[in-house]
Design a protein around this ligand. Sequence first.
Ligand code: FAD
Length: 367
Amino acid sequence: MKAVVVGGGLGGVTAAVALRRVGWEVAVLERAAEFGEVGAGVGVMPNAMRALAALGLADDVRRIGTPRVPGGIRDRRGRTLTRVDASHQDHVVAVHRADLHRVLRSALPARCLVTDTEVRSLDDLDADLVVAADGIRSRAREALFPTLPQPVYAGTTAWRSVTTARFPLDLGLSQTLGPGTEFGVLPLGDGRVCWYAAAIAPAGGRSADELGEVRRLFADWHDPIPALLDATPPAAVLRHDIHELAAPLPTYVRGRVALLGDAAHAMTPYLGQGACMAIEDAVVLAAACARADDVPTALAAYDRQRRPRTQSMAKASRALGRVGHKVRNPVAVAARNAAMRAVPASVGLRGMSKFLGWTPPSLSPDR
Ligand SMILES: Cc1cc2nc3c(=O)[nH]c(=O)nc-3n(C[C@H](O)[C@H](O)[C@H](O)COP(=O)(O)OP(=O)(O)OC[C@H]3O[C@@H](n4cnc5c(N)ncnc54)[C@H](O)[C@@H]3O)c2cc1C
């Protein structure tokens, strides 16, 4: 059986690895001249780490990602709102996106990876299965659901980068909430640190000095935030407005086509689960293909398993934004912070367990 994957982002490449693991022949068609990812980090949550473990890649990802360090949520002065200790069994592994992409690509023979190929029509593809992993602006989604509204601006702009300098390996993995703002610290395995900053802002704002913009908002926040900004080259700061697919799709499959990743369910990144969902999608799709007698049955199972989970994740992420960095009023910020201090981390983690506790289906064909 042969699959063509449209789009070689994290979702598309993971789908290719997973489908090959269940015996499919796969080609990934990517419009860019090279495979790769932007210079920023991604937090791989425990649920996605289990999906990567099913592909035999979890140890490779752990090697390049965050060591087991304590983490938590703080206010801008550095006072702890929620602490997650290092003994917590599953931890978030932050990795440089380019490194994660490289680990995934290393599990594929070079002949599977085709660059400089922009897919304009799915009908022309010679395949039993087409995986449309062409991102938030998916042309495949538009072709299959022409009346669906375009992704909408979520009201937040985000800056991301990775330091060039190395920091002590016990630096915590943290998120800091301010009024209408947020800063995240994601240490990598080699001492470099990925960071992100988010702020409520009108859409489309750009500056010739994005690092200066971040400094203007965050330079007086707690350590190590100012030091991380000092260790970041100005040219290495990326800025993206956050968009999401506000209208959930009625199905992720049509004929021999399966939508996967942001093409199916582009969500806000406030729960750090967009790429993680794409990685889960990939493993579930491959498991469904391994078990079903034909492609329509496999795709029906994929849709059944993925749509409720990813759409409720998108909803939860949007809701978290509303009680997280989107709170601006000082009284509301103080009340939110007091509530967070009062609730033990274990209670918050229990609330997240339906998202973080997910385990992948087996890739074996046995039903
Ligand atoms: C600021 C920010 C922070 C984030 N942080 C996190 C996080 O911490 N954790 C997390 O899990 N997620 C995070 N996300 C979400 C995550 O980045 C996305 O969900 C994920 O990258 C989606 O992967 P994808 O493969 O579906 O799509 P993409 O990464 O967009 O890949 C799509 C690929 O398809 C190619 N393509 C498009 N059209 C065509 C075509 N017609 N023909 C051929 N190729 C085509 C593109 O060139 C691209 O390579 C964040 C997102 C943002 C914006």
